[in-house]
Write a protein that binds this ligand. Structure first.
Ligand code: 4AD
Ligand code: MG
Length: 480
């Protein structure tokens, strides 16, 4: 490369050597100070032009949003906030940006709401907030791989197109190459998928777990990290129709080992972010403090972003059985005073996010792992406990987020699994291969899924999941 990244320049000593920088203009003050950003860091590089030495024509084109190349000497900065700046000798306009048009976009230097930024998602990564979030997202992904690779796991690419519904919840996007206007029909008048591309019904995967299990039963420890899809009509700040999931699966590991792994893994990646993304986290922390100033005092959070992250690192996740949690919730004030939308009446109730958040934010005031849920509110593959009514499931609940991880010890007993599938109406012929694992050298095994965007939300402090993925897919929205 012929040019140097701004991140590198800002970390170097004034050299009086000529440097070349390329980036986008964030501001141009007094016909003299260009603030330039190239995406490598949250910080801008100050480039100082001596306007008397430059053509009026060039100066006029140094406008917000324009792409420019600057050459000059790296000198000690006279101004505050940076060690070095560039004393410009030449400016080349690489790509102009018409100020009249820029004014109408989020590139214009004034406050824009997150909703407005979402409407211009193709430009929002050029704002400080989204630059910081997306750099963090990238680093976190790398931290995820680093954790598993260091700990003896193999990265397994689970298929994206599948014929099965891993969660048994029926929330799939169909994949078909049939002509929607004139699909072939069978003799009963139903669409004949035997004539479709895969000669069967297929969908986008909701989870790579079942295939990951097959690989854990050969490679021992595996993880997937890929896109997953859910056609659930949830318009919330924590749901996407397309999200990225990390799913480790481990042979010869029970639920306790699974909980240990989830806790250790989450702490590792959070620490990785703190160690490698200090500037971006600091920026986002200040952004949150600003945002909170507009809130009533009671709604402001007690901890800064970094304190919150540090708190997770320094405290054990509280492990609580579903049964204990129900007792706590039944006795809780919001339940007694009917403040919950869904009142907890008895054992067996499915927990809503209001309950999860009560447990984490009000009662335990730390991350919580709930385990041993009622069998009938959880998926078919979870291992049945001896009580015959609970399964070895676990959910990790986080402050501000709710469920960040869902996992379980898997049912490794052929007969028990087969009966469970029959009872829950899971077609046998679709999942014969999954049952096969229980016939050929079955073993205790466990795993979990962590929603990557929910992790990014926690680490960045962003309130809406649509603001931590480049192009969110949600009901009614697949723009870009
Ligand atoms: O709890 P879930 O549905 O579990 C599974 O899919 C299992 N097969 C995982 C496993 O055991 N291998 O999803 C796991 C996590 C949730 O805890 C949540 O963090 C995230 O995936 N998640 C979503 N994130 C964003 N948008 C959605 N619609 C999500 N649904 C689940
Ligand atoms: Mg779940």
């Amino acid at each position: 490369m012929q040019h140097t990244e701004i991140k590198t320049l800002l970390q170097s000593e004034p050299s009086l050597h000529e440097v070349t920088v390329k980036g986008w203009v964030r501001s141009f003050r007094s016909n003299r100070f260009i603030a330039m950003n190239d995406g490598s860091t949250i910080h801008n590089l100050q480039c100082v032009v001596d306007f008397e030495k430059f053509e009026e024509d060039v100066l006029k084109k140094i406008t917000v949003g324009a792409a420019i190349e600057v050459k000059g000497l790296l000198v000690e900065s006279q101004g505050q906030g940076q060690n070095v700046e560039v004393q410009v000798t030449t400016v080349e306009i690489l790509g102009e940006a018409d100020p009249e048009e820029v004014k109408l976009t989020i590139l214009s230097p004034k406050r824009h709401t997150l909703e407005t930024l979402r409407e211009q998602a193709h430009l929002r990564v050029r704002t400080n907030t989204f630059g910081a979030v997306m750099r963090l997202r990238s680093k976190l992904a790398f931290g995820v791989h680093e954790y598993f690779q260091k700990n003896g796991f193999f990265y397994m690419h689970s298929p994206i197109i599948t014929g099965s519904d891993a969660e048994g919840a029926g929330e799939m996007f169909r994949v078909s190459a049939l002509d929607p206007k004139n699909p072939p029909k069978d003799k009963d008048g139903n669409i004949n998928y035997k004539e479709d591309f895969f000669e069967k019904e297929t969908n986008l995967t909701v989870s790579g777990q079942l295939e990951a299990e097959t690989y854990a039963m050969g490679l021992g420890k595996v993880y997937t990290f890929g896109p997953t899809f859910r056609a659930e009509n949830s318009n919330t700040s924590r749901h996407l129709a397309e999200f990225w999931m990390i799913e480790p699966e481990i042979a010869f590991c029970d639920l306790d080992g699974n909980m240990d792994l989830a806790e250790d893994f989450i702490k590792y990646v959070i620490k990785y972010a703190l160690d490698n993304c200090g500037d971006d986290i600091e920026f986002l922390e200040n952004r949150l403090l600003e945002e909170e100033k507009n809130k009533p005092e009671a709604e402001r959070s007690e901890m800064s972003l970094r304190n919150k992250l540090q708190f997770v690192l320094e405290n054990n996740f509280k492990r609580v059985s579903y049964t204990e949690a129900i007792e706590i919730l039944k006795r809780s004030k919001p339940n007694q005073k009917k403040k919950f939308k869904y009142i907890i009446e008895e054992w067996g109730a499915d927990l809503q996010s209001e309950h999860e958040r009560f447990l984490v934010e009000k009662h335990f005031k730390c991350p919580v792992i709930l385990f041993d849920y009622p069998a009938n509110i959880k998926s078919f593959y979870m291992r049945l406990n001896d009580d015959g009514k609970t399964v070895r499931a676990m959910d990790v609940l986080f402050p501000g987020i709710g469920e960040i991880v869902g996992g379980s010890q898997r049912e490794e007993r052929y007969d028990v699994l087969k009966k469970k599938m029959e009872d829950m109406g899971i077609p046998h012929d679709e999942l014969y291969w999954y049952l096969d694992l229980r016939k050929f050298g079955t073993a205790v095994h466990s795993g979990f899924g962590l929603g990557f965007e929910r992790l990014v939300q926690f680490v960045t402090g962003m309130g809406n999941i649509r603001d931590v993925i480049p192009y969110p897919r949600t009901p009614g929205n697949a723009e870009f």
